[in-house]
Design a protein around this ligand. Structure first.
Ligand SMILES: C[S@@+](CC[C@H](N)C(=O)[O-])C[C@H]1O[C@@H](n2cnc3c(N)ncnc32)[C@H](O)[C@@H]1O
Length: 247
């Protein structure tokens, strides 16, 4: 997968992408990431990427010409590309969107700054995506968030695909709680069932925890969940525990 990010701050990506899962994916050639300096597509000696808004008012607007030039140069080099403009006015980016975008061969992100981009840039944009109802000063952090989430679904990026499947949201449930050594820490013990070696019981216990958390914290997700055989066993276990508590 090729990812190009058009930004006035290409250096901002250097440090973050040097670490963790994403850095390995880049090193192993699974993801080809490039921060494209928007100023390389300006024609004046000051390398201007913004200007005052027509009609007056506060702030600056990112100029259309360099953004068009940048997108067109990427498209000319590599053909079809899916262009995303990071914007608080877009559709909310979520796990489903990350999964969908992970299937694209070539993604281009445009990072806005100031008041955003000249509206005419929307004619080269395939979709606008927001990370939520907050306003950032620029699209770079939003892109990093999206790239990290998208890359988790690109085959080969996460060694063990099971860990992705069990993550929150993948199956409309939140993840179950995790424990590691020691078995007991400051009086808090790891649930006995996790030490039992009984895989079926462990699976049912984990599903019960996932269901209970999702019901409590995200009833909206819970209502969309499609139940399977483990869910049925897990719900029985949950009812049994609730009954025992009520005694
Ligand atoms: C200060 S914001 C502009 C906000 C714009 N005037 C508005 O109210 O819709 C500057 C840039 O940051 C990025 N940005 C801000 N909030 C964002 C969000 N929630 N999700 C994705 N990108 C965002 C966008 O690229 C935007 O063009």
């Amino acid at each position: 997968m090729q990812i190009d990010v058009i930004t006035i701050f290409p250096g901002l990506f250097d440090t973050v992408l040097k670490w963790g899962v994403i850095s390995r994916a880049i090193q192993n050639g699974i993801i080809d990431f490039k921060a494209v300096d928007l100023r390389d597509f300006t024609a004046d000696r000051h390398r201007t990427t913004d200007d005052y808004p027509f009609g007056g008012g506060s702030g600056l607007v990112m100029k259309a010409e360099p953004l068009f030039e940048a997108v067109e140069s990427i498209r000319n080099l590599a053909g079809a590309a899916h262009v995303v403009y990071t914007s608080p006015q877009g559709k909310t980016f979520d796990n489903e969107k990350a999964k969908e975008l992970s299937k694209k061969e070539r993604l281009v992100f445009i990072c806005g700054r100031y008041e955003g981009v000249d509206e005419r840039v929307m004619s080269v944009v395939d979709e606008e995506l927001t990370i939520g109802d907050v306003v950032l000063s620029g699209g770079e952090i939003a892109v990093l968030l999206m790239v990290e989430a998208i890359s988790r679904f690109v085959p080969g990026v996460i060694g063990d695909m099971d860990s992705v499947i069990n993550d929150s949201f993948y199956s409309s449930l939140l993840d179950y709680p995790h424990y590691t050594r020691p078995r007991e820490f400051r009086g808090m013990r790891v649930p006995e069932v996790l030490l039992s070696g009984d895989h079926e019981r462990i699976e049912v216990f984990r599903r019960k925890e996932s269901l209970a958390r999702t019901m409590e914290r995200r009833p909206d997700l819970f209502l969309n969940h499609e139940f399977d055989q483990y869910d049925k066993k897990a719900i029985l276990l949950l009812f049994k525990e609730l009954k025992d508590c009520a005694k």
